[in-house]
Ligand binder design. Structure first.
Ligand code: ZN
Length: 463
């Protein structure tokens, strides 16, 4: 199946952090991948890369398309990658607002999570996917209870995601062999396959404080034996977590996980707010990625991650929303904008974090962290994971119109909003188009979500 998007501008990535917008462009899609990007003055990579192309070198000039999408002047840009989150927490949106993290978890979040059923998690995740698709996210990281149900609804949606059985173990005396979760974490990775390879199973240690050293040591060889599989960890999110880890082990969380041999390029370290300079050196040396969650860190009063410093050290830094109980939405445009603003403000330095760095963090860096280097940019050979952004809103008009209309990349960081997204495509399949969801029954999800919330409220009363 070949598709052509015409009458569009395109956000091109000329190199790391180097973006430009071309106008009057066309994007060809062959199967699940982009095969060509052309505009009047040029074409990427010498023209069409599709083997099946009927007119090599000028695919977009040909007419052999099964479907032509007229973008009406909208912008084609890569789908956003939400590299840290807990999708089903839509069920807990705004719960426990105003509490500090540990009390928020123990008093507000854990009591609700204790009564959740698999069907609740499925409904919560489907609601999250409606929000993510309609605000331009094509790929996300998911860490939550009942991952079997999660994996299945995500697979049916057509979105890309990495999903884990959350690694948890509370009792230092417990032999991991006697703890079912040890086996379940590994089995989840080995038994969950998506024939389309959009949803992948990964490993997870929730954090240093919700696992034990014996548990991590028991799973470490299994991770080492599966080098392509990613590993998801919350790391140094709060000062309390960081200090208590030092108290327990004499090591920071980064030092601790490095000692246990689990840090590597496959590793996603969420938050890293309280990491020390020596921790950043460990992260840089091991090639792990930092996932920055600016909304969540601010809402929970956790602090400001040293993102500019990490980027300077060559660390791969990506962006995430975290769950909707600590954000409380899933709009990745907002995360880009917040990440851009808070570090300049905190360090009194407007030169920190360029628009190009922010766009990288929201796209290719997230894709790299999630082990998906074939998505995150608009170029021949990349997966056709892309969005159409409406440029007609008043907040998208500016002085560039006097110079021919090419949007500066800054406008995507500082002006654009998730609500500007017109269409979202994953692997060449349109999943969302101007308010319509093509793979998820929106009305059914709203009904399931409401039914789940009623059930949760009843079970909470019975406790
Ligand atoms: Zn999290």
């Amino acid at each position: 199946m070949k598709k052509l998007i015409k009458n569009c501008s395109v956000l091109l990535r000329r190199g790391p952090t180097d973006y430009t917008v071309i106008t009057d462009a066309r994007v060809g899609i062959d199967g699940d991948s982009i095969c060509c990007v052309e505009w009047p003055e040029g074409k990427l990579d010498g023209g069409c890369q599709a083997e099946s192309c009927s007119a090599p070198g000028s695919c977009c000039g040909g007419s052999a398309y099964d479907q032509v999408i007229d973008a009406g002047g909208a912008l084609v840009m890569p789908g956003l990658v939400n590299a840290h989150g807990h999708a089903a927490m839509t069920l807990l949106r705004c719960v426990g607002g105003g509490l500090p993290l540990q009390r928020w978890l123990e008093e507000a979040i854990f009591p609700v999570e204790a009564v959740l059923k698999p069907e609740d998690v499925a409904a919560g995740t489907e609601m999250a996917m409606l929000e993510m698709l309609s605000t331009g996210t094509t790929c996300f990281s998911e860490m939550y209870d009942f991952p079997d149900a999660d994996f299945e609804v995500i697979r049916r949606s057509g979105m890309r995601a990495n999903v884990s059985r959350v690694g948890l173990c509370f009792d230092p005396e417990l032999d991991p062999k006697d703890w079912p979760r040890t086996r379940e974490c590994v089995e989840f990775v080995d038994t969950h396959r998506d024939p389309a390879d959009r949803v992948r199973a990964e490993f997870c240690f929730h954090s240093e404080y919700l696992t034990t050293e014996r548990f991590v040591r028991a799973i470490q060889p299994e991770i080492a034996a599966r080098p392509g599989v990613t590993l998801n960890i919350h790391l140094s999110e709060t000062a309390k977590e960081h200090e208590e880890c030092i108290g327990r082990h004499g090591l920071t969380p980064a030092e601790y996980f490095e000692k246990l041999g689990v840090l590597g390029p496959n590793c996603l370290l969420a938050h890293c707010v309280w990491v020390e300079d020596s921790d950043l050196e460990i992260i840089a040396r091991t090639g792990a990625s930092i996932i920055h969650n600016p909304s969540s860190n601010m809402k929970l009063g956790s602090g400001f991650a040293p993102v500019a410093q990490a980027l300077d050290m060559g660390i791969n830094v990506a962006l995430g929303t975290d769950g909707t109980a600590s954000n409380d939405d899933l709009d990745m445009f907002e995360e880009m904008r917040l990440a851009a603003l808070i570090h300049k403000g905190e360090e009194n330095d407007p030169t920190l974090l360029s628009a190009g760095q922010l766009l990288d963090m929201a796209t290719v860096n997230g894709a790299k962290a999630m082990g998906r280097r074939d998505t995150g940019a608009i170029a021949p050979g990349m997966k056709a994971d892309l969005i159409l952004l409406d440029l007609s809103g008043p907040h998208m008009q500016g002085p560039w119109l006097a110079e021919g209309g090419a949007l500066p990349p800054e406008a995507l960081v500082y002006c654009a909003k998730g609500s500007d997204v017109l269409m979202t495509m994953v692997g060449g399949d349109v999943l969302y188009d101007r308010g319509r969801f093509l793979t998820i029954d929106r009305d059914r999800v709203y009904a399931d979500f409401a039914a789940s919330l009623r059930g949760i409220a009843e079970r909470m009363k019975e406790r």
